[in-house]
Every structure is written in C-alpha cells, then in structure tokens.
Design a binder for this molecule. Sequence first.
Ligand SMILES: Cc1cc2nc3c(=O)[nH]c(=O)nc-3n(C[C@H](O)[C@H](O)[C@H](O)COP(=O)(O)OP(=O)(O)OC[C@H]3O[C@@H](n4cnc5c(N)ncnc54)[C@H](O)[C@@H]3O)c2cc1C
Length: 376
Amino acid sequence: MDMLNDPELAAFRDEIRTFLSEHLPDELHRAASRATSVFMDPAVSLPWQRILNARGWAAPDWPEAFGGPGWNEAQRYIFAAECARAGAPNLAPMGLKMVAPVIMHYGSPDQQAHYLPRILSGEDYWCQGFSEPGAGSDLAALQLRATPDGSDYILNGSKIWTTHAHFANRMFCLVRTSNEGKPQAGISFLLLDMTSPGITVEPIRTLAGDHELNQVFFDDVRVPQANRLGAENEGWSVAKHLLTFERGGKYAPGLIGRLERLRAQAGLDAVQRARATREAINLRALQALEIKAMRGLGGSTALYASALKIMGTDSAQRIDSLACDIAGHAAWAEADGQTSAELAIAVPRYLNDRAASIYAGSNEIQRDLVARILLG
Ligand SMILES: Cc1cc2nc3c(=O)[nH]c(=O)nc-3n(C[C@H](O)[C@H](O)[C@H](O)COP(=O)(O)OP(=O)(O)OC[C@H]3O[C@@H](n4cnc5c(N)ncnc54)[C@H](O)[C@@H]3O)c2cc1C
C-alpha cells in the first residue's frame, strides 16, 4: 500500500502489528483459521472483541465521541489489513458496523447512551430482521405488522434468513406500521429485545451444514414505541442508511491474506499459479478502489457500496473455487491431521460463500443499483 511510504503510517502499522503479535491468543487464531463463514461464532469473535475493546480498538470506524479510537481513514484501513494478515477473528458486523452508525445518526441521546456502550463491550449481540418469506430483494413488500397499543407496538409475523438470531439478545427490525401510500412509506425501524415473550427462533441449516441462519416468528410480541429509531413510517430512510454500511467495507485485506496463504501451499500446478496471480491483480484493483472510496475521492457512497460488494464477493467465490481445486482430495482428508487449515476448510467455505452474492442484497440487485446511479 502506497500510504505506507508515509513514516507516521508505517509507525502506526508497526504498533498494530506488535499489539497483534502480543495479544491475539493462539486458540482464537486457530479457531479463526478454521472458520468456514465470515460470520464467526460469538465464542470466537466476542473474546477477541473484548481484548480489542480493552485497548479502545473494537470499533475503528466509530467517532471518538462514541468510543472510537479517533483514527483517520488510512489508519482504519491499515488496522483492517493488519488484523487480516495476523488471522484475527472477524467481529460480528450487525452491532458494531450496521446498527451502531444508525443509532449514532437517528437515535435519541438516551438511545445512544443505552445501546452504544453495550455494543462496544459485546454485552448486546445483535441480529438483523429485514427479510421475510415474501420480501427479500423487494424489501419494501415486508409485512411484519406492528400495531400500536398504548405506549407499545404489538408485532405479528415473521423474519427469515436471520443470521445469528439464535445467539442474539437484540434485533434491529423493519416493521409495517401503515398500508397507506407507497410500500416504503409505511415502514418503521425498531430495536427489540430477543427475550421478549412471543418470539420463537427456528434454525435453518444451510447447504454447508452450518447453523447460522434462522426464521424468527413473532406472536403478539410487545415492543415499547420508545424503541423506535427515527419517526413512525420513516424507517425506510433509516434502513437505506444502514445498508450502505452493510454493503460497503473492506473486502480486500481479508481476501489478500487468504490468497497469500493459498499461494504458499505446496504443489500448485502452472494453471493454478496463473489463476492465483490473476486474482492477486484483481485484488490490487479492489484494494485501490476501497482506498479511493474510503477517502471519498469522487462518486456516491451508495455507488461504492454496491460496486465493492459485487467485486469483493465475486473475488471471494473465485478464490473459493481455486482453493477447492488446490485442495482436491486433501479437503476431505482432514481426519488424518495432515491437511493445512486453509485446504481443510476449502469445501465448506466454498459452500458457505455461495451465499455471499445473495446476502446484503443480491449481486444482481447491486448491478441494477450501479446501473441506475451511473445511467440516471
Ligand atoms: C447467508 C445469508 C444470510 C442472510 N442474513 C440475513 C440477515 O441476517 N437478515 C436479513 O434480514 N436477511 C438476511 N439474508 C437475506 C438476504 O438479504 C436475501 O436473501 C436477499 O436480499 C435476496 O432475497 P431473497 O432470498 O428473497 O431472493 P429473491 O428476492 O426472491 O431473489 C431470487 C433471485 O432473483 C433475483 N432477482 C430478484 N429481483 C431481481 C431484479 N429486480 N433484477 C434482477 N434479479 C432479481 C435475485 O438476484 C435472486 O437471484 C441472508 C441471506 C443469506 C443467503
């Protein structure tokens, strides 16, 4: 990265590197290297979050006023790159990266004071209740009904594909509060307690055999109206704000680390080496675009968010295919204890990552958004 020509940033990089070498426990490093999903189990992500939080580094993107470290964009990118290089666990994005920025933007001072410190410490673990059986790409079709009753809403309906709902004690949720006008106009954004009576979480097992998804049922669930973020029927704007944080981000650091580990495996044939080299070049381009987006050098935030989501997830899936080809039979032979972690997880990771081009809004929808922004 060219920015490392700056001596201050190079010193910052060294500080992070030293911290990681001294504080990342072996067992968390090992567990992260065996993770088959970007959504790591909270038994792995939360201990690491607590270690980072003790140093003030759990939320690099947060403003200092809310507990962020006060880093500039370049420092934040370097931090992400160094964490990926060291093989540190991914932190769950639902609280730190998704709902926190909207609480900062739309939340009342009371909501900010209540929720943000609990997100930082990991005391609250969040899930995202947007999709429903009849509302995915067409999210505005959502029907989970919230009926006012005194100072509460009463919720009935269901959410689906809810990542880590079985771990979460909080959900940020889109609900229908009106059927008047355009579908987008009758949606509100609620913060709710997953232990509320009437909530049932049912597991959905994926192709890869993982349990990270759920369907969540709401049967006369009471939620205080004070838990609404933003005005009633204006939740669509809150959701759109949140989605730019869900889609944008830093794909390149983690993918560069993965690709480097694959290239270091013994026995790559000439074609595999050429594929790895081509992907390394793609990742350089992705990294350049991420740095440009981070510095706000032209183009809309929404355009970058969609473009980076497409490029990052397409690249992840190409790397998955390459990993499976390199692994061959080794991927199935983990029991002999000889297979490297990278190859041992190649197939489950490939299967899990099929979803990457679907979640956070499918890549087809992102291409539509890019076209609409660029072509008007
Ligand atoms: C692993 C995983 C985790 C998820 N986690 C969460 C979560 O935590 N919380 C949550 O709320 N949701 C979550 N989702 C749901 C995700 O956001 C939706 O699956 C996604 O938005 C697509 O919606 P859908 O599944 O209903 O597919 P559909 O909308 O039915 O789409 C089916 C296919 O048609 C294509 N398509 C649809 N409309 C168009 C169009 N206009 N133009 C071109 N192609 C189109 C889509 O690209 C897709 O290929 C998750 C999904 C997955 C797979």
